[in-house]
Design a protein around this ligand. Sequence first.
Ligand code: FAD
Length: 595
Amino acid sequence: MLNQKDISAQYLSSHDRLTEPLDELWQNISPLYCIRESIWLKQLLRLSQPTEVEAQQAITLTTQFIERVRADKKAVHMIDALLLEYSLDTREGVLLMCLAEALMRVPDKATADALIRDKLSVADWQSHLKSSDSLFVNASTWGLMLTGKVINYDQRENTSPTKALNSLVTKFSEPVIRQAMHQAMKIMGHQFVLGRDINEALKNAETPRSQGFSYSFDMLGEAALTSTDAQKYYDDYFNAISELAKFKSKKATGPEPSISIKLSALHPRYEAANEERVLTELFETVLALLQHAREQNVAITIDAEEADRLEISLKLFAKLYQDDSIKGWGKFGLVVQAYSKRALPVITWLAALAKQQGNCIPMRLVKGAYWDTELKLAQQHGHEDYPVYTRKEATDVSYLACARLLLSDHIRGCIFPQFASHNAQTIAAIASMASHQDFEFQRLHGMGDALYHHAKNLLNYDVRIYAPVGSHKDLLPYLVRRLLENGANSSFVHRLVDARCPVDELTEHPVDTLRSRSSLPNPRIMSPPKIFGKQRKNSKGLACDIESEWLPFKQQVDCFLKDHVWHAHSIIGGAQQPGQSHPVIAPYDHKITVG
Ligand code: FAD
């Protein structure tokens, strides 16, 4: 078990850790699933604490980034302005988000119109039109977005923004708004998706590639529900690898592009409860893709998804990585989420896996895109605590602790770090910690363009752009994650484009922010057992997908089943009745006699 007393020493200085048996390092991962933040963050704070020089460098760099981006007139997209006004801490922002999210799934027009009527009638749109410039930008953004071919809103007619929005909400009928919302989704799709297919995406990537940016292409779509879905995604990935290998860019100057893969798209039963199928059927599917990619020399990264899939994804990764046909390749990588309490031991285990096999693992470090989902799931399942941190700055601290480990000398060469963030402070803090350039930064297509344009000019690190490829109808889950991320008022991109947010606040190191709080966990987020208040405790559930929770439970059940044979009989008047007895078989497995 992990000694929680001095993890900075354990993680940063010891080369020996990477030669420890993998099984032993594995044991450090699962017990951290729901560890108390108040205990664990104290350790992470030590690891992410900057030296004085690092802290000063990070402030200087972050300030430079922010000033350049804010001075850059092209930096704020229409969508940024829109999301700034209708952020998710306003009722209207939440309504628009719900509407956008729900509308795409409503199959029939009558229900869609009823939904619009229900949602739009209760909001206070007027309150968003209080001041001049930025609000005008917002209103005209909405005007633009919601019009397209639908509403002919012309600024020259001197129509005030108030009138434009009011007329939108009050005058137009639901079918018009429905069409407008779909139009808005299309515009957002253009913002976040590089192309409808891989060939279009490759063409659209040419200019950024000529400027030294590289790409990781992602085929839109996730969570296959049937094997037909899974086969379609497999074909998409297979084809994308072939096309990428065929496409020879004359202009590209940066590193070779790669493909990102979602495991949930490749098997309808990708879950811990089906471990056997995952490690056989899904293994075979991904192995075939990897062998194809190796033949074509196209690097592959496995995306990170929900927290309950972490352990099964690592087992699958290790089995693939250790397969004879993949050994020695060095272009098969994966994503680690820093908001997960298990991130740090996962990195050590992966570094040991790489070291013991003798070739490098490219690893993208992200903060994590499913934060809201993780909270909700932990509450629904009645877990003891959350698998993710509850303060934004805690996730930032964890990210920098992981980054420090990834940049340390003994991990160098085992892991190739790929730091994915749109946060100027995070980028600056990493640059200030790095004593070498064996890593790259990554951003999403449609986000952080201006920031990385200036960061590349200032620092000259390699930058890779993660670019979704696919049709409008497959965009929804991805779009919702991006809207949540951009719309959250705590998110860096949101505060960066908000001129009202002082630069000092944005340059503050997350270690200082977290230390200044009255408690390490967020007191406004109750732990799952306490969500119903003092009157009623939430019912307790078992995290069946988590080894450290499931195995002790299973052992007890096994012991009980082994030692216990049930005898049932009639009792009449308090007395056990004699009669014939016969064995009772378990309905789920006829080889087991229950009693
Ligand atoms: P910041 O604004 O600094 O951070 C926002 C993040 O902080 C949130 O996303 C969340 O993780 C965290 N956060 C917000 N509020 C809280 C809170 N109250 N408590 C605790 N934490 C909080 N994500 C995946 O999950 N899987 C992937 O495979 C994946 N691939 C990516 C690839 C690339 C190239 C990029 C750029 C991103 C990818 N992401 C992925 C998305 C990534 O997780 C988000 O973009 C990222 O979390 C935003 O972080 P930031 O540093 O840009 O922004």
